[in-house]
Design a protein around this ligand. Structure first.
Ligand code: NAP
Length: 357
């Protein structure tokens, strides 16, 4: 891993974030001879709990059926040849399905490395965009200066904020079925998934591999998920959908962890039911990872970075670009994140070429 922390020479372009947007930006920037430096995030318990580990949200998903160019098939030999053995051996064997999120992310990372991208496995905790070159402050200490910056820090899972949810985090409450679903405590037990979008349906479907039954709890009477995904959940005999219900409380005790949930009707005030469950998985949307910017870029009311020019990735600070879910609350797809990652590198390249920064 390279780490060029020079007090004097500014980096040409620093990319913060390591999801599809970050790696796509890095590949394009590297091929444009901009010698990008990527801060991929730290591998820490704090980031694990927040869902902000390196490789982004896609690394927390299972099979990716809709990323163009990856139809189902046996990718095993390709992965063996494309990835370095030390990273390949950390991944589960490929089982003849389509590409998985972690596989796709490793491939994107490697593609960026192949063109000379340098990577630091750390978070940027703070930035100073008030003067040039821009200053970035890594969690491990020191300071990086950069002529251009691409922010691609993505978004992370939301929580309901119930005291009982907080109490049972890591003891049956999770926001990532793919990370935690295979734990022994969930095997052959009833599980609850909260949410009605694609993530909730995907998590519920994934959990049917381990659970005796999955209760999908949604606050309205129709799922938000795409039709094909919603139909899959409706047709799955192991999934029971509880419409017009909200999670009121996670039930359990310190010895056993989660033992069930109390649901409250969203249409009949005060009407509650209890459902036995060994685990509760939240899938209720995401919040963009923009807190570290400390108000230095213009944000929307929902804290997404504002793209200031139509069909460009420019932010409110000239020379700082944004890509992927950190600026996109509309499409929020891996492929659209990768697309804006590419755009941000081209925007940075053109901005630098006009002798800015
Ligand atoms: P989402 O589409 O925003 O759905 C969030 C769900 O959580 C909604 O059903 C929402 O209910 C519910 N929700 C939000 N706040 C809640 C609260 N406080 N209490 C109870 N329920 C609450 O988020 P997502 O499912 O994470 O998907 C994000 C994006 O990623 C989408 O564009 C999606 O298409 C994409 N995605 C795609 C795939 C795939 O194609 N394989 C997989 C996962 C995600 P309401 O419906 O009532 O608002």
């Amino acid at each position: 891993m390279a780490d060029s922390r020079s007090a004097t020479a500014a980096e040409t372009v620093v990319i913060i974030g390591s999801g599809p947007a970050g790696w796509s930006a890095a590949t394009y920037a590297a091929r444009a001879q901009l010698q990008p430096l990527v801060f991929e995030g730290a591998i820490s318990e704090k980031n694990r709990m927040a869902g902000t580990l390196p490789l982004g949200q896609l690394a927390l998903t299972s099979e990716v059926e809709n990323y163009a160019g990856f139809p189902a098939g046996d990718l095993g030999r390709f992965l063996d040849s494309a990835l370095p053995s030390d990273r390949r051996m950390m991944m589960p064997p490929h089982e003849g399905h389509g590409v998985t999120g972690p596989e796709l992310m490793e491939l994107m990372r490697q593609q960026a490395v192949n063109f000379g991208t340098r990577i630091v496995t750390d978070d940027i905790e703070r930035v100073d965009f008030s003067r040039r070159p821009f200053r970035l402050f890594p969690a491990a200490g020191g300071e990086i200066t950069a002529r251009a910056v691409i922010v691609a820090t993505g978004a992370s899972a939301n929580w309901l904020g119930l005291p009982s949810e907080e109490h049972f985090k890591n003891r049956g409450v999770s926001a990532c079925a793919v990370c935690d679903g295979a734990l022994p405590r969930f095997r052959n037990r009833p599980l609850v998934v909260v949410g009605g979008g694609d993530s909730a349906v995907e998590e519920a479907t994934y959990l049917t591999k381990f659970a005796s039954t999955v209760h999908l709890v949604h606050r309205r009477d129709t799922l938000r998920a795409s039709k094909i995904m919603a139909q899959r959940a409706i047709d799955d005999p192991k999934i029971t959908i509880h419409f017009n219900q909200a999670l009121a409380e996670v039930l359990g005790d310190d010895a056993r962890g989660v033992t069930g949930v109390r649901l409250e009707s969203t249409t009949e005030r005060g009407r509650t039911t209890e459902v036995e469950a060994a685990g509760v998985f939240l899938a209720i949307g995401h919040t963009p990872n923009t807190a570290f910017l400390d108000g230095q870029l213009e944000l929307t009311a929902k804290k997404y970075i504002v793209w200031k020019k139509h069909f460009r990735t420019d932010t409110s600070v000239e020379g700082v670009f944004a890509a992927g879910d950190v600026a996109d609350d509309y499409y929020r797809q891996a492929i659209s994140a990768a697309g804006t990652g590419c755009m941000s590198a081209l925007d940075a390249e053109r901005w630098l070429a006009h002798s800015h920064g």
